[in-house]
Design a binder for this molecule. Structure first.
Ligand code: UDP
Ligand code: MG
Length: 313
């Protein structure tokens, strides 16, 4: 049994969903014709609480084409939640899954390539865009700065890869063992450790409808990425505290010199010295408490301690 399921998160995508599904069905047929996989592939659409006709379209498609399945959220839970729900459902029957946005800005014609890398042994195949021409200057620069920052904070991400990705059954199952609530999927996948592959594609502009990621959502998503993947900012407080203490020593020397050379007014020196030392001490204390909170953060995530890739009996 080697079934492929394509998972599509959809939020208010009435303008584009049907044509996207048709395109994807065609691609699946091509894959089946090339005999990459044994059983017929299907499509699972996760309606993330749409308020337009998205769900009606899914119902109609499902009635017409049995290979189209649907899940509907009770309200909008977000792109990442929709992907997780789709993968959890798909993995029950599929040997391999591909996640792709409903607008098909990520080139679906690369899916056969992904599948052939999977049959060649890759558990995860990343879709990587090799241009950012379709993005505004603003989105391009902020994205690059952001990925640079994450890298400095020690987070491993595949540059220019979003959520267009193939995953084998066991990769999805391992991924689902990361039960954390605040989840930034593309930051977790590289942690799984399985064999990976890449396909490169040109990202095209959205054909219809508008982006469901306005600036506010994008900023929230970016912030989630940092705070859910690293406790490095907390360590920064500790480092700043230690630096402030060191500065306090320098300031004390300067203050004492000022005092004994008669430059300082009465009471200034004691104020200056305590100000710097207290500031530094408070920052160090916060940093230490932060370290423990950081540890708790990693503990409550209940991530798996290890993943076994192969076993010989
Ligand atoms: N999406 C979703 N829930 C949301 C926002 C977006 O399921 O709250 C879906 C959306 O339907 C699309 C994908 O996530 O399939 C990516 O959204 P979009 O194309 O608007 O993002 P952009 O390409 O502009 O970053
Ligand atoms: Mg899009």
């Amino acid at each position: 049994m080697q079934k492929l399921t394509i998972v599509i998160p959809a939020y208010n995508e009435e303008k584009i969903l049907e044509s996207s599904v048709k395109t994807l069905l065609n691609i699946e047929d091509k894959i089946a014709a090339a005999n990459y996989l044994e059983q017929r592939a299907d499509i699972l659409i996760v309606d993330d609480g749409s308020t337009d006709k998205t769900w009606q379209i899914i119902e109609r498609l499902n009635a017409e084409i049995s290979r189209v399945r649907g899940l509907k959220f009770s309200r909008n839970f977000g792109h990442q939640a929709a992907l997780i729900a789709g993968l959890s459902e798909a993995v029950k029957t599929a040997a391999v899954t591909v996640t792709i946005d409903a607008d098909l800005q990520d080139d679906p014609n690369k899916i056969p390539d992904m599948v052939s890398q999977y049959t060649g042994g890759a558990d995860v195949v990343y879709g990587v865009r090799n241009n950012r021409d379709s993005d505004s200057w603003f989105k391009r620069t902020t994205a690059q700065t952001y990925y640079g920052l994450l890298k400095k904070l020690g987070v491993e991400l595949v540059p220019n890869h979003a959520d267009f990705r193939l995953m084998s059954k066991r990769a999805v199952e391992t991924f689902l063992q990361y039960p954390e609530r605040n989840i930034f999927i593309r930051g977790i996948i590289p942690k799984l450790g399985y064999t990976t592959g890449k396909v490169y594609y040109k990202r095209t502009p959205r054909m219809a409808g508008e982006s469901k990621y306005p600036l506010k959502k994008m900023l929230a998503f970016a912030w989630d990425g940092i705070t859910s993947l690293t406790v490095a900012p907390v360590r920064l407080i500790l480092i700043l505290g230690v630096l402030a203490c060191l500065l306090a020593v320098g300031m004390s020397i300067f203050t004492l010199i000022s005092k004994f050379t008669g430059l300082a007014v009465h009471g200034w020196s004691s104020l200056m010295i305590s100000l710097w030392f207290m500031g530094g001490l408070q920052m160090v204390s916060l940093g230490i408490i932060g370290e423990y909170i950081g540890k708790m953060t990693t503990e409550v995530k209940h991530r798996p301690r290890y993943t076994v890739a192969r076993k010989l009996d």
